[in-house]
Design a protein around this ligand. Structure first.
Ligand SMILES: [Zn+2]
Length: 454
């Protein structure tokens, strides 16, 4: 009896083993999807399935009630879709049906949506991905929802005739493009958004300017779209893209500032950084028509004509000067480097890209994560922007009124010449000499010059 029972157990064990093999065999034939992300943007919801290999899929839209049905063929979903945060999206509920030959994912919608899918090839740090985009109806633009800062600033609305200078803040990366990753696991996209939000608040608290956010959540905005949002939608005067650096050598450190180049990169590092930055669209997986198609040469000709390149370099120098007071500068150099950054290719806007420090350096990563250090960085950028607007006061702006009332002062920086300063302020060298009681061309670094009104 005992022995027979033992035999039965062995047969049962063998059967279980065989059944196990069969089941495993089936599972191997199917792709197992164990990672899904959801990014909510102002105008769409992006759901991303990480795939071990390309997966065939079918997407259907059904009405009454609104549903989006995604069939993942020969695929098994090993992920709890209810752990996704879709609270701010039009998705009401997500259901998963498991079939022998497919997995069906049903999105119950609160509102109708336009749908689109995109199967993306592997690119670091991602493998194969299936992107499902659900575009909201009745919403236009990919713009970050920006509060109306004027409403909360009575001191500015008292002078409605003075134009506020518009500063577009572009926290780099976002959504599917995490940017660099620090040793603690923190992503560049997260830190630069935190710094960007502090910068937004400080700018809105500052007289004479207001901020618009190009991205204000964890979603991706195509590079060309970032410029369009800033310039066409918000009429930005200044565009500041915020990033954090990374390098294989963890000792690399320091902040730096970049502008677009008209004649190749100013260093191998600048060229490399522009290449990495320009790959963002690929990492995030933008659609063909969202890719940047503007001819760099024609844009550069425009840049020269509009003088926005000179403005960008001037702004970059002011920001570097201010950042140097609160953080180490890369290579201890106060030089604005230049390369072909796609996100800066806007002839109508003074545009810079700020690398706030090295996220790959454990000490700098710790600093970049600290709210106090983030605030210092943001403050230094505001000070640099303020210095730029003071020296380039736009007609009808608060800055122009300030100059009329108080005249202008300028602190000499290394490399400055009297003729360049005179040109920047549109006054004659002789007028500056007379206002400051000096003769000749000799000026000293750190000296403060009174700038007479032109
Ligand atoms: Zn970056």
């Amino acid at each position: 009896m005992k022995k027979r029972s033992h035999n039965n157990n062995r047969i049962l064990a063998l059967f279980t083993l065989l059944a196990g093999f069969c089941w495993t065999g089936l599972a191997l034939a199917q792709a197992t999807i164990d990672s899904v992300r959801l990014h909510r943007a102002p105008d769409h919801t992006r759901i991303v399935f990480d795939l071990p290999s390309p997966v065939d899929h079918k997407l259907d839209k059904l009405a009454n009630p609104d549903r989006v049905v995604l069939d993942l063929l020969d695929a098994r979903l090993d992920f709890d879709v209810n752990s996704l945060d879709y609270a701010t999206s039009p998705i009401a509920n997500i259901r998963v049906g498991k079939h022998s030959d497919k997995t069906r994912v049903v999105f119950d919608m609160r509102d109708g949506v336009r749908t689109r899918t995109n199967l993306l090839k592997p690119i670091d740090p991602h493998g194969w991905r299936l992107v499902v985009d659900l575009f909201d109806k009745e919403l236009n633009g990919t713009t970050a929802s920006s509060t109306e800062p004027e409403a909360s600033k009575p001191q500015k609305t008292e002078q409605p005739k003075q134009r506020l200078m518009v500063v577009a803040i572009d926290p780099g990366h976002g959504g599917e493009d995490p940017g660099a990753r620090g040793p603690s696991g923190v992503y560049e996209k997260t830190l630069v958004l935190q710094i960007g939000k502090k910068l937004e608040k400080m700018i809105n608290d500052q007289a004479g300017m207001r901020a618009v956010m190009v991205r204000d959540g964890d979603y991706y905005v195509p590079l060309a779209e970032r410029r369009r949002i800033a310039r066409e939608k918000h009429g930005a005067d200044v565009f500041i893209s915020i990033h954090a650096d990374a390098f294989t050598d963890a000792r690399a450190k320091g902040a730096s500032v970049f502008a677009l180049s008209s004649s190749g990169a100013t260093s191998a590092r600048a060229r490399y950084l522009a290449k990495i930055a320009n790959e963002s669209d690929q990492v995030a997986g933008v659609y063909e028509e969202e890719k940047d198609d503007s001819s760099l040469l024609s844009v550069l000709a425009d840049l020269r004509m509009n003088g926005s390149m000179a403005g960008s370099l001037y702004l970059g120098r002011q920001v570097l000067e201010e950042m140097g007071k609160v953080t180490k500068l890369h290579g201890d150099r106060k030089r604005v480097e230049q390369a072909g950054f796609v996100v800066l290719k806007e002839p109508e806007m003074v545009s810079i890209l700020v690398e706030t420090g090295f996220i790959s350096n454990p000490t700098e990563e710790r600093n970049l994560r600290s709210p106090a250090h983030q605030a210092k960085l943001a403050r230094s950028i505001v000070n640099g922007v303020d210095a730029y607007f003071r020296s380039h006061p736009a007609p009808h702006s608060w800055y122009a009124a300030q100059r009329r009332q108080h005249g202008e002062q300028y602190r000499i920086q290394p490399g400055d010449t009297l003729s360049e300063i005179a040109r920047q302020y549109s006054v004659s060298e002789q007028a500056i000499r007379a206002a400051n009681n000096i003769s000749g061309d000799r000026i000293m670094v750190g000296q403060v010059l009174k700038i007479p009104s032109s």
